[in-house]
Ligand binder design. Structure first.
Ligand code: CA
Length: 239
């Protein structure tokens, strides 16, 4: 506990105040950045503005219910891949099935132990972004970089640069999420997946290779001492 410096951000949408506070406290203690909402509309608004790494979503909410929120999240290209765990009350099994049908990644029937929930959260995060029919092939333009996954093409200052498949995925992943810090282990999981060979891979080697290819723009990938790496947030650090 308390050692996971993942910095991953979790949005908790739950109208029961006590449960909201318990979740917020315990997830923060695990190293997550937690944001809370007590209504569906506030939750949706926060999901859209904060783009969290995961949403814990209560099914029964006073205004817009969890299923509708889930549906709306999945329809919004900006946040459609956000993993969602539904929090359901006893006897809502039918809704649970529907919930997974509208794109929830998992569900937790109440009452649950916080320990169990934290384990579930970590497991879903480990699985990576919500699998949609469409993999993350969105082109990214950031600073001097243009990254186009559908063509496996990177332009640095308008000049094509060659990256290996792994370097390409890593660069695309980071550039699509500027300013967000990722631990090495998280990057390995999110970028390379859970394949057996990943243990032999060293993220630092890939980062070094990427920086070399970025040349004078090598500083776009920043090292966060003791934590991991992030893509420079140009809004936060004007050039
Ligand atoms: Ca509720």
């Amino acid at each position: 506990m308390g050692t996971d410096m993942s910095n991953e951000r979790i949005l908790v949408v739950e109208d029961e105040r006590d449960l909201r506070e318990v979740l917020s406290y315990n997830l923060s203690r695990e190293g997550f950045q937690v944001s809370v909402a007590s209504t569906g509309s506030d939750g949706l608004q926060r999901a859209r503005s904060q783009k969290p790494d995961m949403i814990l979503l209560d099914l029964m909410l006073p205004d817009v219910d969890g299923l509708e929120i889930c549906r709306l999240v999945r329809q919004d290209p900006q946040i459609s891949r956000t993993p969602i765990i539904m929090l359901t009350a006893k006897g809502e099994e039918t809704d649970v099935v529907v919930g997974l049908g509208v794109g929830a990644d998992d569900y937790m029937p109440k009452p649950f132990s916080v320990k169990e929930l934290v384990a579930r959260v970590k497991a879903v995060l480990r699985r990576g972004a919500h699998e949609t029919d469409e993999p993350d092939r969105r082109p990214v333009r950031r600073d001097v970089l243009e990254i186009d996954p559908s063509r496996h093409e990177v332009l640095v200052d308008g000049e094509p640069a060659r990256f290996t498949a792994t370097e390409f995925r890593l660069l695309h992943f980071l550039a699509a999420r500027p300013g967000r810090v990722y631990e090495r282990d998280t990057l390995l999981r999110r970028v390379l997946g859970d394949d057996a060979i990943r243990v032999e891979r060293n993220i630092d080697v890939h980062i070094r290779a990427i920086r070399k290819k970025l040349g004078e723009h090598r500083d776009l990938i920043e090292t966060v001492r003791g934590v991991g790496y992030k893509f420079r947030d140009s809004a936060a650090a004007p050039r």
